[in-house]
Ligand binder design. Structure first.
Ligand code: UD1
Ligand code: MG
Length: 531
């Protein structure tokens, strides 16, 4: 048979708990650069277009399966993927045994991979398969020489240099501890050798487990050809067993991603503090400041500027966008030429059209802001739709929640919302309307009208002096009051409300009027209303 053309199957072992991670989560679901280990291995396998793949699941089986299935649906992979279950984890050999039914009657080569080796590349796997087929071997494996081989199974060699087998670290004889050539755990074997060999595994070792590695020694003992291929880049085959190993893998992955985007024309002011994940894209001539996290499916356009200290997850950003210091964005879309921050929070469902300005201490959620609209200071815009070229004054709040349900606010084109406005949803402010500063909008405002709800201002002359005099009389001391002013008669002046333009003063009273509720907003007609 032409071995080069023989079918290829892949088995990915992902059933273990990963005790050394000290985690409730299955080890293969932990992430490097935002991607679960098992998906990196799955992607490397898919790139070889195998005939079928078996992902052996056990610990958190449903979750591992779910993560793989969602990923496969997302990338439109056509390779059939099966999820055999290894109910109890009795070792890597036992895990491959759990996958055997998927390959019943399969004639070809099986690539066996561990789900905790996320930096693996398809090119290395293709090299191993080609090497295995050229050597017409029963089983072939990659090898790597590590400066610090601790934790890995070691390659035992015969005097003539040929491989004798793989020995787990715990089973090493003291004289073998210095062996630096390790088993990265990436194998290619012919199905007709591997599947029957699994039945011969014994758990007669320090961990009382069925070691997959024992099949190598078996093939040697059977006099079958066993091939080894030293891997070119040893970092690629590092397995992750602890948080420390995960952190150094993360650092490496991050560096690779940053270098990739630098090659593509992106400036990083401080590459060591740029945190990028795998699914991120950045347009050329964009400039990334220090302490920036670009995560998930974040996309940055061309010529953007991110000043620094920013957290973006699943954010889509247009061209020439400027994110000033301290911006947090999740699951939102921003058009071209938008300026955001400093210190702004864009929550899921925020959609900013071209030229929008969102300034300091502004929070948006489920909010659509039309082209050129501005919300520059201290504002909450939740469950809202704002038209084009509107201006949202400082301190505007959409009161979207009544304790039971969320309600929507609609603000039209060119609307001017004065500072310190509350919009009690559901409510609509139609095109070209004005809302006066300090208004509580509880009823719809028709197009071109002015809405206004204000307590008329009273200015009480001499109040402070009298208050001080009263306080000092009480304490029996002379107050800090100048004699001429103490002599002045008490006066209460009423000042007409400015926005109404009317001079109807309330009756002068010495006592302060205490209000329990704001008066309802008055709405003035567009034609008649004075500004
Ligand atoms: C394994 C190898 C070791 C190699 C190292 C490379 C064996 C016996 N040892 O050790 O020679 O140097 O990988 O990284 O194979 N798994 C299951 N079911 C089980 C046990 C493990 O599915 O019952 C899965 C795990 O989820 C993991 C993979 O197999 O993805 C490897 O298991 P792990 O426990 O990490 O093996 P190592 O001790 O790293
Ligand atoms: Mg491991």
């Amino acid at each position: 048979m032409d071995r080069a053309a023989s079918p290829l199957g892949v088995i990915i072992l992902a059933a273990g708990r990963g005790t050394r991670m000290r985690s409730e989560r299955a080890k293969v679901l932990h992430t490097v650069a935002g991607k679960p280990f098992v998906l990196s291995v799955l992607d490397a396998a898919l790139a070889l277009h195998p005939e079928r793949i078996a992902v052996v699941v056990g610990h958190e089986a449903e979750k591992v399966k779910g993560v793989c299935a969602v990923h496969l649906a997302g990338c439109g992979a056509e390779t059939p993927v099966f999820y055999p279950v290894q109910r109890e984890q009795h070792g890597t050999g036992d895990a491959v045994r759990a996958a055997a039914p998927v390959f019943e009657g399969f004639v070809g080569d099986l690539l066996v991979l561990y789900g905790d080796v996320p930096a693996l590349t398809p090119a290395t796997l293709a090299d191993l398969v080609a090497h295995h087929r050229r050597a017409a071997a029963a089983v072939s494996l990659l090898t790597a020489t590590f400066e610090d081989p601790s934790g890995y199974g070691r390659i035992r060699r015969r005097a003539d240099g040929g491989i004798a087998g793989v020995v787990e670290e715990r089973d090493l004889a003291p004289a073998e501890r210095g062996i630096a050539e390790v088993n990265p755990g990436i194998y290619c074997a012919s199905a007709h050798f591997l599947l029957p060999a699994l039945a011969r595994l014994r758990a007669d070792n320090a961990q009382r487990e069925y070691y997959l590695t024992d099949v190598v020694g078996m093939a040697v003992a059977d006099g079958l050809p066993v091939a080894t291929l030293p891997v070119a880049n040893v970092r690629e085959v590092a397995g992750i067993n602890s948080r420390k190993e995960m952190a150094s893998m993360e650092e490496l992955a991050r560096r690779v991603l940053v270098e990739h985007w630098m090659q593509a024309g992106v400036t990083f002011r401080d590459p060591t503090t740029a945190y990028l994940e795998d699914g991120v894209t950045i347009g050329a001539d964009s400039e990334i400041g220090p302490n920036v996290q670009l995560l998930g499916r974040t996309t940055i356009g061309r010529g953007c500027r991110i000043d620094g200290t920013a957290f973006l997850r699943d954010a889509t950003i247009g061209d020439r966008v400027h994110l000033r210091l301290g911006v947090a964005m999740t699951d939102c879309r921003v058009g071209d030429d938008v300026v955001i921050g400093p210190f702004a929070h864009l929550r899921p469902g925020s959609e900013l059209a071209a030229g929008v300005r969102v300034g300091n201490f502004v929070e948006t959620k489920n909010a659509r802001l039309g082209a050129g609209t501005k919300a520059n200071h201290l504002t909450y815009l939740g469950d809202v739709e704002v038209g084009d070229h509107a201006n949202i004054g400082a301190g505007t709040i959409t009161c979207n929640y009544d304790g039971f349900a969320k309600h929507r606010t609609v603000i039209g084109n060119r609307v001017q919302i004065g500072s310190d406005t509350q919009l009690v949803a559901p409510v609509t402010v139609a095109d070209d309307a004005y809302v006066a500063a300090g208004t509580t909008v509880t009823r719809d405002v028709p197009a071109g009208h002015l809405a206004l709800s204000r307590v008329p201002q009273r200015t009480v002359a001499g109040w402070v002096e009298r208050r001080r005099a009263k306080a000092s009389a009480k304490s029996g001391q002379a107050g800090p009051v100048r004699p001429t002013e103490t002599a002045a008669p008490a006066k209460v002046a009423a000042v007409p409300p400015r926005a109404s333009g009317r001079a109807k003063a309330p009756p002068a009273k010495r006592k302060t009027v205490r209000l329990t509720a704001r008066p309802p907003a008055r709405v003035k007609g567009g034609r008649r209303g004075k500004r």
